[in-house]
Design a protein around this ligand. Structure first.
Ligand code: URA
Length: 317
């Protein structure tokens, strides 16, 4: 068995998360990747730029429209060459990324939980907070509480294991999701599946995937605050029913919505946050990663941190 295969076996990682056209794996990780992990506050201005985020989401939709597996080939050559060298479980393991993730967990500056006091048991939010799975799914599918119901094909409730220990939260359905009724089914979804596989997970196996919004914003525009406010109780109830050991938030919008902050994603990464007492790890949105291949190494660091947090949460249970 090769050294690489032994590493993957020890890590319990079934598949490597490697781009089809990624360059050959190096023996050592680039120092910059380590520096980025050591200093999670390091920001890429593009990451924090709203327009860039939306552009990334738009690009994902465009890529998703490319038939079958052709989308990878649709990536410009220059981007394909920008794939970071530290791009495999082996390279990261050798570079000590898990150890550094452990240090980040040890710091665990848990932010104050988002306090949601439901004082009035008759409010819409309080009603939703008492629904069981079937009633919640039914309520979401018939929801007309904001303008997004006008343009949707169907609601996208979420998918996966309702007893999952991992919960992933994205922004909102795109065109494909609106048509198929399932989150992350486009090209960004394929990347997300690869990310899950890299940490030994699979859609529907110990993972539940949901979005902040259950309806597609027309033209994939930014969600309006009112739309987020109306949809938030649904996600909160999903989280309460699942009681995951860990929430991984995908992208700036979802992170800022869930954590009720305006802090840029570059600063939210690398720290363990908390939502209703559940640890939250923030990483980039897969649609953004499709465009910004150089940040995949950082996303891998985030997944290492998430895996570490999950292991610790599991050990307590
Ligand atoms: N982007 C998201 O944030 N969620 C989806 O379901 C699809 C794309």
């Amino acid at each position: 068995m090769s050294r690489r295969a032994r590493f993957l076996e020890v890590l319990g990682i079934a598949d490597e998360w490697v781009l089809r056209r990624a360059p050959a794996l190096p023996e050592a990780v680039e120092p910059s990747a380590i520096a980025a992990l050591a200093d999670p506050s390091a920001e890429d201005p593009a990451v924090n730029d709203d327009a860039a985020s939306r552009e990334a989401a738009q690009a994902a939709v465009t890529l998703a429209a490319v038939a079958d597996a052709g989308a990878d080939e649709a990536q410009p050559e220059a981007q394909a060459e920008a794939v970071p060298r530290a791009w495999s479980a082996q390279a990261d393991m050798e570079a000590g990324v898990p150890a550094m993730a452990e240090a980040a967990v040890a710091r665990m500056p848990l932010e104050p939980a988002v306090a949601v006091a439901v004082a009035d048991t008759g409010t819409r939010e309080a009603v939703i907070a008492r629904l069981d799975w079937a009633a919640l799914a039914q309520r979401v599918s018939g929801c007309t509480d904001c303008q997004l119901c006008d343009g949707r094909t169907q609601t996208v409730f979420g998918v996966g294991d309702r007893q999952a220990e991992w919960m992933l939260v994205g922004e909102a359905p795109g065109e494909n999701e609106d048509l198929q009724g399932e989150p992350f089914v486009g090209q960004a979804g394929k990347l997300l599946d690869n990310m899950l596989a890299a940490v030994g997970l699979a859609r529907g196996r110990n993972v539940f995937i949901a979005n902040v919004l259950k309806c597609r914003p027309p033209g994939n525009r930014n969600p309006e605050p009112e739309e987020v406010a109306q949809c938030e109780p649904y996600l909160r109830r999903q989280i309460a029913l699942i009681q995951p050991k860990l929430i991984v938030v995908l992208g700036r919008f979802a992170a800022q919505s869930l954590l009720r902050t305006t802090t840029p994603i570059g600063k939210l990464r690398g720290t363990v946050h908390s939502y209703e007492g559940i640890p939250v790890v923030v990483t980039y949105h897969p649609a953004y990663l499709l465009r910004t291949l150089s940040d995949k190494a950082r996303a891998w660091e985030d997944l290492c941190l998430a895996r570490e947090v999950h292991a610790r949460a599991g050990a307590k249970a």
